[in-house]
Design a protein around this ligand. Sequence first.
Ligand code: ASP
Length: 408
Amino acid sequence: MNLSIQIFAALILSVICGLIAGPDNLPFITKWIAPIGTIFINLIKMMIVPVVFCSLIVGVTSLGGDSRKLGRISARTILLYLITTAIAIIIGFAVAGLIQPGHGLEAMGKAAPKIKEAPTIMQVLVNMVPTNPIASMAKADILPVIIFALFIGVAITKIDQHGNQVLTNFFGAAAEVCYNVISMVMKFAPYGVFALLLPVVCKNGPKVLLPLLSVIACAAIGSVLHCLLVYSPLASFGGGISPIKFFRGMSEAMMLAFTTCSSSGTLPVNMKNAQEKLGLSREVTSFVLPLGATINMDGTAIYMGVCTLFIANVFGVHLGMSDIILVIFTGTLASIGTAGVPGAGLIMLAMVLQSVQLPLEGLALVAGIDRVLDMFRTTVNITGDVAVASVVDRAERKLAGENKQIIK
Ligand code: ASP
């Protein structure tokens, strides 16, 4: 049985067992089964710092050399990627803010209330800069680790070619190792999810199911809104492609993304379709799309907004404005560090939750339905890459046209 089916089965099983066991058996379950869930959470936590550090460096170094054209394309692409990702989280928050998923589960709140008071924006900015990166890593202080990784990544692209190659390969391989460890940890996920959810269902009874359906609804609505409000105008005004032509040209890759849940796996089809069906240039697509499959994850960003609010609701934590801004910021960076493989977003969600001190136990609730959420987010992820590519391509064509006229 494949892993996502196993996790989903664990979710169903935990609901059935939890309903049968009821609140009377809660003390036994809390003592003997819940710790297995804690072990699973610890295993995920174990990988947050290494995976963020290595994959962010890989993301930055994949920008490669520094020719002027590459610089210009990179700047445009990255700016558009960042803006669309930040908008995606805001859309995720807005939809979740309206639907308020997780309210039915508030009983969990007593178990894990928010401990610290949220810092101010200026405090966050100051704390983002590490004084000692190793200490930040040891404390799993994610923001300083991100800043450190960004500096190292940029610095690697500036050293001589040999050194650059060695370090790029090293961090690329290290990131692969992290993903391998994560796949091993994820094999344990069905047991972890079962152990984490069982006490929740025992305590809450059947009302545990409705909030999960509302999370899926939020992710689906957020994805459709993002496609209509962001990608349609980008493709038509920025890329000169009508939305109907754009989505028709994208349909095959979107379906593949929906079923495989992997941006990287969809990349070859996405590149082919962008060139053949939407007429984008090979030069732009071969740079913008692989970069997008690595760093541009708007669907994952929507998911982060929705799930953060969901988990906050479940634990009865109120997120203030500074928390929301922090989530938009860390969520944007987290989605950059998310690999284009199934389930990667769940790990990065841990980082976002940690940045606003939300309990990681909330991940278990999301993990059970993660495959369904992944289908939506991966589809949006790959569509966003092509929408941005269409804008960059048109800008490059215009520039090339202007240059020709000047030469004439
Ligand atoms: N599965 C997603 C992708 O490949 C990443 C994620 O898990 O958010 O784009």
